[in-house]
Design a protein around this ligand. Sequence first.
Ligand code: XLS
Ligand code: NI
Ligand code: NI
Length: 437
Amino acid sequence: MAAFPEVNKIKYEGPDSTNPLAFRHYNADEIVEGKSMKEWLRFSCAFWHTMRMTGSDPFGAATMSRPWDDGSESIENAQNRVRVFFEFLEKCGFQYYAFHDRDVAPEGKTLAESNKNLDEVVKVFKEESERTGVTMLWGTANLFGNPRYMHGAATSSNADAFAYAAAQVKKALEVSLELKAQGYTFWGGREGYQCIWNTDMKREADHLAAFMHMAVDYAKEIGFKGQFYFEPKPKEPTKHQYDYDCAACINFLRAYGLENDVKMNIETNHATLAGHSVEHEMEYAASQGFLGSVDANAGDMLLGWDTDQFPTDLYMTTKMAYVLMKYGGFTTGGLNFDAKVRRESFEPIDLFYAHIGGMDAFAKGLKVAAAMRASGDLQDMLKTRYATWDRGIGAEIEAGKHDFKSLEKYMLEKGEIEPNISGRQELIENVMNRFIF
Ligand code: XLS
Ligand code: NI
Ligand code: NI
């Protein structure tokens, strides 16, 4: 029986449509700068939010109405949820999905039982994936929910927690291989600390690196070719997460010899928690060769935590699309909606409104970014701003022809620098607005 009988496959109806169950901009096969929208955007849906968020918060109980879910921890219920998930994915036109091991299958009394439960549910994922063609963007393991991980997993002060986490990731990699995942994500969970006086930071960092190396080695051993990602987040649940932002993560990867095996999975709301914008994080990662995948959501500027809202801000999606296009798009990654409906939006239909809105915001952002690129206005202003590096002394410095002595000589002869030119920020902002409205 269908879980969403009142919803048909969501169709593209064009910008003038007022149908809330239609796309106004996301037209999967429409070509934008030589690639279809679906190739650019590679939308993915997060099982943990869409199927498992109950709406409970520290002040109140669950609010979500999910008629297909009997609320039990049975395997049948877990398998049924997967079928409902695929109905949802198909109706929205998703190409990909992502899950943690413990989102999809109940944790058993022992590791062996948990693995068995997971296998039972993965069977249904496999069937449904084959039926629909919707595949796994990346896999991951929940190494933070169970109290055994109270001090972290790979960075726990308890070596057994490290071992347990290793066993969980081993299994998650096997499942990711089985479901043909394009990647595997490490998000810190509790890999951080609350109190520096009870923390051996160097030892914890060494352990985290050893853990990631073991994962990379095991992936090679079993023939899992998916891309590994490291997902930065500065805080929450711990006060100070080690995977603070892209700069910290990339430094870690380089320091520990993981730079050829792991790229970044950048989440919008985590970027803002770190005091950055998501386009800053994407540009930083991409310019260093580490742009992997994106967890698309949005925070609330008035709140200081990870609200994981759906992205609807066109300026933000435009800026994200602009960076994406500048670097040629994703290879293995995609736009994974790591986002949840608000506690008050408790009806199943709200899941559709939320995802349609997010997909449309990115589709429109992609079109605006493409128009901005086609006009060449921003590229021209950038070129003008850096013009002194394209000729004369600038070009010579970039070519490695100078040192401090030759530059001193140059400046002694020249006396003063070439006049600076305006940064034109306001004009640039107006140019962007010209394409948006
Ligand atoms: C939590 C993270 C998490 C990861 C996957 O804040 O965003 O959902 O994406 O573990
Ligand atoms: Ni995330
Ligand atoms: Ni998050």
